[in-house]
Design a protein around this ligand. Structure first.
Ligand SMILES: [Zn+2]
Ligand SMILES: [Zn+2]
Length: 486
């Protein structure tokens, strides 16, 4: 496939490869410069023809979802390009199922402008992904603060902007590698541990494909740690200065867990005195010893979820209840999180719901036909034996057990329409009002017969008209004047 792509798209003459933990915007700047391309719009034309120019200007190291042209231009694999973004961090927490998920997860943790270590720029010649994280205050290699403006002119620096020149301030054009450094005094340890943790989180790991269960087990691990300190969520919330909701989100204990930001995970880990690397190690350890699902079991668990959904739809069809996604998930005991994690499961659910509704409609038609056959059979019998055809004689012959569900009302309405049609024909009734009067009388008597509460709403439901429609007719007003509205 890649070879075909290379054949169709143009490769740039020079293609340096990304360095370990180099940011995408750093790599793109170097790639452009190596090939003598100065402006971001010219560069975008070659590497991102499918993106609009605003999207190119706001390139900010989040995962990209269309990479074919860039891969071809840079002779670089998709995996190598994604490793220059926050992709692997997002993936470990199950936040790459759509293009916004990773952005929402990280946006409060990522600096909107460029931050840098002048010594790294001078010595290494690339920008690090770690510099993008606001909680990383300094460079752990050089023990200096990260700068967030140009050390020469004091301007803020955009993440990806023309002219595309590595290591130069786009405002004053001077060398950022020569800016004066400030030694890191505060939180040196913090910087070191955050950098270590990010190094792990941003690097690919073979077990990351367990996306549908990993985030959940990470949440469980946080809950276990809290419990081992004999703390309730409330107590931890007070001591850590965090809203309880955030802790519950991290522990996978609330329905919108997937709105919990990365920051909350960091804050919880910091309070509990562990790194996120420790948390993932513990999850993998538990998986080895206690049989938490392995990668190959995910497909199996997805199949189990589908079986559960199919059973739920069967129940809804049998109980004549409306088939909605919520109803199916409730009966199948599927969480929102499971669906969000697996887009294919969501598609399956949609298809099963549509098929279930079609089956339900088909069943109603069959039932209606069966009742119609029965009613016409009864009418024939009554006529044959010289007995009058009335709603009572018919509806007692056809058992209509209960009027509690709306589905049953539909059936009663259908029987009545059939009987009333017979009565209209008998009495040559053609006026709409007369027809409705007959049907209202049938409904009233039917409700009495069933021992149901006589209300205008129930009568209107059986007639199949709105209450307001029926009360326009004076004869109907007379018929139901003694009954309450609901
Ligand atoms: Zn440095
Ligand atoms: Zn400057």
């Amino acid at each position: 496939m890649i070879d075909q792509v290379r054949y169709y798209f143009e490769a740039l003459p020079l293609h340096p490869q990304p360095e370990k933990l180099e940011s995408l915007t750093s790599y793109l700047t170097r790639l452009a410069e190596a090939n003598g391309i100065q402006t971001s719009s010219a560069f975008a034309h070659i590497c991102f023809p499918e993106y609009n120019i605003e999207a190119i200007h706001s390139l900010n190291d989040f995962p990209l979802y269309s990479l074919m042209n860039l891969q071809a231009a840079a002779c670089c694999s998709e995996a190598v390009v994604q490793a220059t973004t926050f992709y692997h961090l997002g993936r470990k927490f199950g936040r790459v199922y759509d293009s916004r998920a990773c952005y929402h997860f990280l946006r409060n943790s990522i600096a909107p402008f460029f931050r840098y270590c002048p010594l790294c720029i001078k010595e290494r010649g690339y920008y690090s992904l770690l510099w993008r994280f606001l909680f990383v205050k300094g460079c752990s290699d050089h023990a200096c603060n990260l700068l967030d403006t140009c050390g020469h002119c004091g301007e803020k620096i955009l993440i990806f902007t023309s002219p595309l020149q590595f290591g130069l301030c786009p405002s004053c054009g001077r060398n950022l590698g020569l800016c004066r450094i400030q030694p890191l005094i505060e939180a040196e340890e913090d910087t070191l541990s955050y950098s270590q943790d990010l190094l792990f989180l941003l690097s690919p790991q073979p077990w990351e494909s367990m996306t549908s269960t990993l985030a959940q087990h990470v949440g469980e691990q946080f809950a276990l740690l809290r419990q081992s300190k004999e703390l309730t969520v409330q107590e931890m919330a007070e001591r850590a200065g965090l809203p309880p909701r955030k802790i519950k989100g991290v522990e996978f204990d609330i329905i919108d867990t997937y709105t919990t930001p990365f920051q909350s995970y960091l804050q919880c880990a910091k309070y509990l005195g562990v790194s996120l690397h420790n948390i993932f190690d513990a999850v993998l350890e538990r998986r080895r010893f206690h049989g938490l699902p392995q990668t190959d079991q995910i497909q199996r668990s997805e199949n189990e979820s589908i079986t559960k959904m199919q059973k739920a739809i069967k129940i809804l069809i049998e109980c004549k209840m409306p088939i909605t996604k919520n109803a199916v998930c409730r009966i199948a005991q599927l969480s929102n999180a499971e669906l969000l994690q697996s887009p294919s499961l969501g598609i399956q659910l949609q298809q099963l719901v549509l098929a279930g509704r079609a089956e339900q409609r088909q069943q109603v038609i069959l039932e209606k036909n069966a009742i119609q056959d029965k009613v016409s059979e009864m009418i024939k019998q009554l006529e044959h034996s010289g007995k009058p055809v009335t709603y009572q004689s018919i509806s007692t012959l056809i058992s209509v057990a209960s009027v509690s569900s709306s589905e049953n009302w539909q059936m009663i309405r259908f029987i009545n329409q059939y009987i009333s049609q017979y009565l209209y024909d008998q009495h040559n009734i053609v006026q709409e009002e007369d027809r409705l009067v007959v049907r209202t009388e049938i409904a009233i008597n039917q409700l009495k017969e069933l021992g149901a509460v006589l209300t205008r709403r129930a009568i209107a439901a059986i007639v199949g008209r709105y209450q307001e429609d029926l009360q326009q007719y004076p004869f109907i007003e007379v018929l139901w004047k003694d009954f309450p509205e609901t």
